[in-house]
Design a protein around this ligand. Structure first.
Ligand code: PLP
Length: 429
């Protein structure tokens, strides 16, 4: 079926014209509908990555399409010198969903990194000169800009870009480590409630509640990065809500826009008074088009009960994975529809490639964890099909292992479109 010439052409174009900070593109997708994607050859794939936890409603959902086209025809952008109805409506909705009460405030950017940059500046405004220290968790991912890279606890990712923005210290994800690190010179603690990029690693039971208590005792802000976990993905609107705490700020992006670029910082209580005119801004952030689309996406998540669906389908999906007859599956972890499938061998590159051959898109979060983040809309049909395709992919890789010829990619580093450690360093010529 594959037309070799065409395939080579797009790969050549990508290799020549696109920035080399990403690995080789794995397919050329031309269309999507629901949980399915079609490539340039007309081959259909079940998409259990959803643009890395972005396409909450799946592809080309009528609510998304309608919101983009209606708002684009009405008013797209006027700058933050002015307000627009969709922007005000989305701010009010996010405050309600996050439970900030009256005093909450929302800053809009265009990505997760921008939301976290705003949160970093919030922490600095809170800390001033007396609190120069910021704590973040080892292995947590917060973005690729210089500020958010400084917050990201992955030394290999930071290394080519040293020196980092100063003041950030990385601690283990334990209450003991937090207790030992906190003092009156700490401005904020940043946490990722489930470390998605690191391999869907949840925080220890009780960590968020303890972090809330300890940061409050020391006068430090608790800032929760909900960029991957927010918008209902974990079976609550935001992952911090499982812990029943009130943070000082959360950051959101990805699934909020359902494929339209948008990010936001949502503040609670006194943290809402820290920014004052001139301290932050963005030309595009919170424009009418982005906020109208995000409003429609959140509307549909609420209307269709997709937060509850994420919880129910998440359990169903994990049961399906654990029921697969494969020695390669060690277990599952995560919450709702953000799931890590732990493998017994470091063969995730081979599994994602085999899955794609079988018509399934999954992601290698690291060399021994497959990440699943399907649209929140999935049901029995998609889960049954996933189990069949994923089982077939695992069998393909297991067969290769049994032949005692481990796939060449067996110990390759994580496959990470969103980014992870640099794969190899090439000295500039
Ligand atoms: C937890 C977390 N924070 C921040 C980011 C950065 O978001 P963006 O890629 O939209 O800048 C990501 C993206 O993967 C993420 O998962």
């Amino acid at each position: 079926m594959t037309n070799g010439t065409e395939t080579i052409t797009w790969r050549e174009d990508a290799g020549r014209d696109l920035v080399r900070s990403f690995g080789d593109r794995m397919a050329l997708f031309v269309r999507g509908e629901g949980a399915y994607l079609w490539d340039d050859q007309g081959t259909r794939y079940l998409d259990f990555l959803a643009g890395i936890a972005v396409d909450s409603l799946g592809h080309a959902h009528p609510a998304f399409v309608e919101a983009v086209s209606t708002q684009a025809a009405l008013l797209a952008h006027v700058s933050n010198y002015f307000a627009t109805p969709p922007q005000l409506a989305l701010a009010a909705r996010l405050k309600r969903l996050a439970g900030t009460g009256e005093s909450g405030r929302v800053y809009f950017g265009n990505s997760g990194a921008e939301a976290n940059e705003a949160a970093f500046k919030l922490a600095r405004l809170h800390g001033g000169v007396d609190r120069p220290r910021i704590l973040a968790l080892k292995e947590a991912f917060h973005g690729r800009t210089m500020g958010t890279l400084a917050l990201t606890g992955k030394p290999l990712m930071q290394e080519p870009f040293q020196p980092m923005v100063p003041g950030v210290e990385f601690i283990d994800s334990t209450v003991d480590a937090l207790e030992a690190a906190l003092d009156e010179r700490v401005a904020a603690l940043f946490v990722e409630p489930i470390k998605g990029e690191a391999g869907v690693l949840p925080l220890p039971e009780g960590y968020l509640a303890a972090a809330r208590e300890l940061t409050a005792r020391h006068g430090a802000l608790l800032i929760v990065d909900e960029i991957q976990t927010g918008a209902g993905r974990t079976g609550e609107w935001f992952a911090f809500q499982h812990a029943g705490i009130t943070p000082d700020a959360i950051t959101v992006a990805k699934g909020i826009g359902g494929g339209f670029p948008i990010g936001a910082l949502i503040t609670f209580g006194a943290a809402s008074d820290l920014f004052y005119p001139g301290t932050h801004g963005s030309t595009f952030g919170g424009n009418a088009l982005a906020t109208a689309v995000a409003g429609a996406v959140l509307d549909e998540i609420e209307r269709a009960g997709l937060v509850e669906n994420a919880a129910v389908r998440g359990t169903q999906l994990r049961t399906a994975v654990e029921g697969l007859d494969s020695d390669l599956v060690a277990g599952t972890r995560g919450e709702g529809l953000l799931i890590g499938v732990a493998l017994t061998h470091p063969v995730t590159k081979a599994v994602t490639a085999a899955a794609q051959q079988h018509g399934l898109i999954v992601n290698a979060a690291n060399d021994s964890t497959i990440r699943l983040a399907p649209p929140l809309t999935i049901g029995d049909v998609e889960i049954d099909e996933f189990a069949r395709l994923f089982g077939a992919a695992l069998a393909t890789v297991a067969d290769a292992l049994l032949l005692d010829e481990p796939p060449a990619t067996a110990s390759a580093p994580a496959d990470d479109a969103a980014g992870d450690a640099p794969r190899e360093r090439k000295e500039p010529k």
